[in-house]
Design a protein around this ligand. Structure first.
Ligand code: FAD
Ligand code: SF4
Length: 510
């Protein structure tokens, strides 16, 4: 054969368009575990293990389906990039043309386009059927708006797909039930949360663990809690278990946080969807069916479906519109280095200690921990966006750049100046106190912005208002924040500025 299909580590689906176009008699398959992909940032051991294990299981499925698979594993490849290794395989086996689904990541797309030119390989990139809105459709939608807003895109997607619709009207009479989905856990605690489905590492995964420990011993995180789905079969089980046992409380406690409660009522399906073990539409359809069967209320169903049909598709669209610039943006000219405790969780700030701690333990934190604890701190502390982006890309099991980067740069850090958000997502310690029990066990006091016990979030929040007062007062969504800072008299402002300066100086010790 002179043709090969390249399957990337996040394209693990037998319905991959390049595979559908090429049955085993027409083409062989190339898969590569490039060590470069695990070192491009300082990747968490769990994320490396998840990708490699899922790839090895998928290669097995491809062989069972009759394909000849040329698979380069960690040990085989030396330090070559993925595209270089594919070129080597083409030379070795005489392939002159390649089909692949379009890569999720801008850098890899560039690499493959360059490779095709330099090696004179005929390359065909097929539209990835794993998204509900294509890159071209999104660009067309975006061209009709001065400012891109997820909410309008999401309504279009609801109408287009018919998901959660009653004729032309949204189910439940409203497009968005966000206001119903913001409860904290009861004061006494979250109670008995039905645990998510966990999966014992099998022989393939155990072998991967040994190789990860041998090849990346100094990388962050631990493999001891690894229980993520690595096959489509397991991913379907994980999804069904969520819909059956946990979905019912998802909406209500979507934003709630509690110490030693790493998963709350969340679905934990992001990594399976991002690896293409699950199709987003099947996840959405199962969620809608649970609502139609009366198992969950409309607020939970809508809240969950919006994340996938709305935010996930929207982020992907924005990523392809704005790359590579998105990676460079630093609208607020943030310039401080990421404190070292981001890699250890070793900080006195209880909220960050817990959120980073569970990230290192599991490769997981839920949305509000990422946005309103870790991201919020990074924004308020003026950390360099590219360092924060690298951290987020390294430490989560679901981290792939097309979804990580717009969430970090665009949503959490306001690094693109509000290209698709109406305001910076900032909050003081008061928000974290309201949504969690973190503050109860903390040496800081969320109510204080100056003084010895001042909560760094509260200090830096007020400092942010002080520093960006003009920008905030010009925006109707943040006018109230600007009014609050305007109430401080000169002496209070001076004390605040001193405390902010001390806090910036002292980030490593907080
Ligand atoms: P649930 O809370 O159960 O939500 C269901 C699904 O909705 C998720 O599985 C995911 O597929 C989708 N989803 C939810 N929120 C978003 C969002 N904002 N953008 C896109 N999809 C969303 N998600 C990633 O998949 N990869 C990332 O690298 C990533 N980085 C993030 C970084 C920051 C700073 C923030 C604020 C969010 C990030 N997210 C990322 C989005 C979100 O936090 C995760 O998708 C979610 O926490 C995954 O856990 P879950 O599967 O239990 O999600
Ligand atoms: Fe976090 Fe401040 Fe609360 Fe401590 S007091 S847990 S630093 S918000």
């Amino acid at each position: 054969k002179t043709k090969a299909v390249v399957v990337l580590g996040d394209q693990l689906d037998l319905n991959n368009p390049a595979l559908l176009a090429n049955p085993p008699k027409l083409a062989d398959v190339l898969m590569v575990e490039s060590p470069v992909e695990s070192t491009v940032v300082w990747v968490h051991k769990v994320r490396i293990a998840l990708f490699l294990s899922a790839m090895r299981h998928f290669a097995q499925e491809l062989r069972n389906a009759g394909y000849t698979v040329h698979y380069r594993s960690l040990g085989d490849t030396g330090q070559h990039s993925l595209a270089t290794e594919v070129a080597n395989l083409c030379k070795q086996h005489g392939y002159t043309s390649i089909d692949m689904a379009e890569p999720g990541e801008w850098r890899l797309e560039q690499d493959f386009l360059t490779l095709a030119k330099s090696e004179n390989i005929k390359l065909r990139m097929l539209e990835d059927s794993h998204y509900l809105c294509s890159r071209a459709e999104f660009a067309k939608w975006a061209s009709g708006y001065k400012q891109m807003r997820m909410e309008y895109f999401y309504r279009e997607m609801r109408k287009r797909t018919g998901v959660l619709m009653e004729g032309a009207e949204p189910a439940g009479g409203k497009w968005n039930f966000d206001a119903d989905n913001r409860s904290a856990f009861p004061k006494a605690g979250p109670g008995d949360i039905t645990p998510p489905a966990f999966f014992e590492p099998d022989e393939i995964t155990q072998t991967v663990f040994a190789e990860v420990e041998a090849n990346f011993p100094g990388h962050p995180g631990t493999l001891k809690n690894f229980a993520w789905p690595v096959t489509r079969q397991q991913a379907l089980k994980a999804l069904d278990a969520f819909i059956e046992n946990r979905f019912v409380n998802f909406g209500t406690y979507q934003d709630a946080m509690w110490t030693n409660t790493p998963f709350g009522w969340h679905s934990l399906v992001s990594s399976a969807i991002n690896l293409h073990l699950l199709h987003p539409l099947e996840v959405i359809e199962k969620a809608e069916a649970a609502y139609r069967a009366g198992k969950v209320d409309v607020a939970s169903a809508e809240g969950f479906i919006r994340q996938i049909l709305g935010w996930r598709e929207f982020m992907r669209g924005v990523y392809w519109l704005d790359m590579p610039k998105m990676r460079e943006d630093n609208h607020l000219q943030a310039k401080l280095d990421l404190p070292k405790w981001f890699w250890t969780g070793n900080t006195h700030m209880n909220c960050l200690k817990d959120s980073i701690g569970q990230t290192l333990d599991y490769g997981y934190a839920h949305h509000i921990q990422r946005l309103m604890v870790i991201g919020n701190f990074a924004l308020l502390a003026g950390l360099v966006p590219q360092q924060v982006e690298d951290w987020f890309l390294a430490v989560y099991v679901d981290a792939v750049e097309w979804v990580e980067l717009p969430n970090v740069a665009g949503m959490a850090l306001f690094a693109n100046g509000g290209r698709f958000t109406s305001k910076p997502y900032i909050a003081s310690g008061a928000y974290i106190k309201r949504m969690s029990n973190y503050c109860a066990g903390c040496k800081y006091n969320p109510a204080e912005k100056t003084g010895d016990k001042a909560c760094p979030f509260t200090t830096l929040y007020w400092g942010f208002l002080d520093q960006h007062e003009k920008m905030l007062s010009a925006n109707p969504r943040t006018g109230l924040m600007a009014k609050n800072i305007a109430r401080l008299d000169e002496a209070q402002r001076q004390a605040l500025r001193q405390k902010v300066a001390d806090t910036f100086k002292n980030l490593e010790q907080l």
